[in-house]
Design a binder for this molecule. Structure first.
Ligand code: F6P
Length: 544
């Protein structure tokens, strides 16, 4: 893994892609389908129960060949092997990147610093399962002897977005007599609203924080502790029954007052945004039960194995990642829209935002030089069909190219009349409309007056992927998440960036710590900011 790579712009596949782009950039999807009607069947791929139709992309056989060559020249295979074998590929934090170990079956061996980590992963999973069973069955009692009816996860970033997304995604499988809520924002309203109708003696808090030092989480955790103790008569012993910690930092957990017997551990080789299948997923396990949680891990693992072993040309995450590089770097696309046609996946785009943008929003390569190309695009999206009635206008007729990932299922978990066929018809219709549009001739032929024709023309040629699976299960959710995790990995490898650090979140955190003191001081302290910041602080102090 120490092999020096040729800079991206000098890789021969990169140069060839540049020349190829010049040739194909004006070719339309209409033309591509007219020239090769079999393309709709040929440019598809099914693996691990996930079907991908990538035929509505602005690509030819040559594009695919060159993209695969680019992956090879970028050392993707070696990098995948390095990740799976526990090498410290997160070089700026000197850490292994082993979320794949979180879903490795018992008996597999993954060594970090001379130690096989798989047994420890399963020991924590077993501990989580024992705890989840006790809470779900009512055997775990609160301080006053009542069973737990409410579970509140306190965390932020990866310690929140994964748990919230998974809870919403798998609600169908959840135990409905327990209420789950998620508090993340340091805005006190988040906490106040989460507990306003709850009783402390029936409420369990999961304090989820890899570092156990994150400002927002620790502020909320202390408020929760006060709220809990106030509702439980102030007895400190109550904390043991109403608080558990999920962290890598035993020292800080103990300092907070949580017994380490009630701590669920994970490790520094699990990145925050890759942690929802670690102990950070305790809320998920409490909601759906240990068996469903393990099924989800099984889904992740199946996609991991596909990614690790399949040839690049038939590798789902590799293709998805390469297509994004194609649009980002050759078509100047700024964003990717992820559009799940499944209400349960409503938080999936928000989850993907941290996964993709905290990972690949980087401007230097692994060797510290400024990148020569664009890197991570902006990911965004909303569940279908709601987006159709707000931002799809811009995707269809705006001036920007927005590649879209449509996600749909053959079956629904809530069969109700014609809802599901109607929903899925919209997936297929949107992808078709984006790709092929509607010409001026077609619009005119409908009797549209000449002046109105330009407004009603759809240029088409707007690319999309359609991702389909049978129905949303814990297993399928695991596969979908792993699909995007590894697509992000593929992109980061092409760009030669460290997809696993997040230095960009540091500066604001440090400045906020300083400003907190300045806002709280009884008399105005000496302010040494720029005039704008100083003025804002003064104004706030005066009016608060
Ligand atoms: O936003 C920065 C970050 O470090 C994320 O990477 C992480 O998921 C989040 O903060 C929360 O961190 P922690 O789990 O340590 O509280």
């Amino acid at each position: 893994m120490t092999t020096k790579l040729t800079p991206l712009g000098e890789r021969s596949a990169w140069k060839a892609l540049g020349a190829h782009h010049q040739q194909v950039q004006d070719t339309t999807l209409r033309q591509l389908f007219a020239d090769d009607p079999a393309r709709g069947e040929r440019f598809t791929l099914e693996a691990a129960g996930i079907f991908l139709d990538y035929s509505k992309n602005r690509i030819t056989n040559e594009t695919l060949k060159l993209l695969v060559q680019l992956a090879e020249e970028s050392g993707l295979k070696a990098r995948i092997d390095a990740m799976f074998s526990g090498e410290k590929i997160n070089i700026t934090e000197n850490r292994a990147v082993l979320h794949v170990a979180l879903r490795a079956p018992k008996g597999e061996k993954i060594v970090v610093d001379g130690e096989d980590v798989v047994p420890a992963v399963h020991a924590v999973l077993d501990k989580m399962a024992g705890f989840a069973d006790r809470v779900r069955s009512g055997a775990w009692k609160g301080h006053t002897g009542k069973r737990i009816k409410n579970v509140i996860n306190i965390g932020i970033g990866g310690s929140d977005l994964g748990p919230v997304m998974a809870y919403e995604a798998l609600k169908h499988y959840s135990q409905r007599d327990i209420t789950f809520r998620f508090v993340s924002n340091v805005d006190g309203t988040d906490f106040a609203e989460a507990v306003q109708d709850l009783k402390a003696d029936e409420t369990l808090f999961l304090v989820a924080s890899k570092t156990f030092t994150t400002l927002e989480t620790m502020t909320n955790a202390h408020t929760a502790r006060d709220w809990s103790l106030a509702g439980l008569g102030g007895d400190e012993k109550a904390v043991a029954k109403h608080f558990v910690a999920i962290s890598t930092n035993e020292k800080e957990v103990t300092k907070f007052g949580i017994d380490t017997a009630n701590m669920f551990e994970f490790w520094d080789w699990v990145g925050g945004r890759y942690s929802m299948d670690s102990a950070i997923g305790l809320s998920t396990m409490l909601a759906i039960g240990p068996d469903n949680f393990r099924a989800m891990l099984g889904g992740f693992h199946e996609m991991d194995e596909h990614f690790r072993t399949a040839p690049f040309a038939s590798n789902l995450p590799v293709l998805l990642g390469l297509l994004t590089v194609w649009y980002t770097d050759f078509f100047d696309a700024q964003t990717v829209a992820v559009l799940p046609y499944e209400q349960y996946l409503k938080r999936f785009p928000a989850y993907l935002q941290q996964l993709t943008m905290e990972s690949n929003g980087k401007h230097v390569t692994l060797d510290g030089t400024h990148v020569a190309t664009e890197t991570g695009p902006i990911y965004w999206g909303e569940p279908g069909t709601n987006g159709q009635h707000s931002f799809y206008q811009l995707i269809h007729q705006g001036t920007r190219l927005i590649p879209c990932d449509f996600i749909g299922f053959y079956k629904t978990l809530n069969p109700l009349g014609k809802h599901h066929d109607t929903l899925m018809a919209n997936v297929f219709a949107q992808a078709e409309a984006l790709a092929f549009g509607k010409t001026a001739e077609q619009v005119k032929a409908e009797g549209t007056p000449d002046w109105l024709v330009p407004h009603r023309v759809f240029e088409g040629n707007r690319p999309s992927n359609t991702i389909l699976a049978d129905h949303l299960t814990p297993e399928v959710l695991g596969k979908l998440i792993a699909l995007y995790e590894h697509a992000v990995f593929t992109q980061g490898t092409i760009w030669s960036i460290d997809s696993f650090d997040q230095w960009g979140v540091e500066l604001g955190k440090v400045l906020a710590q300083k400003i907190i003191g300045e806002l709280e001081a009884a008399t105005e302290p000496a302010l040494s900011h720029d005039t704008s910041t100083t003025n804002l602080i003064r104004r706030y102090r005066k009016n608060k």
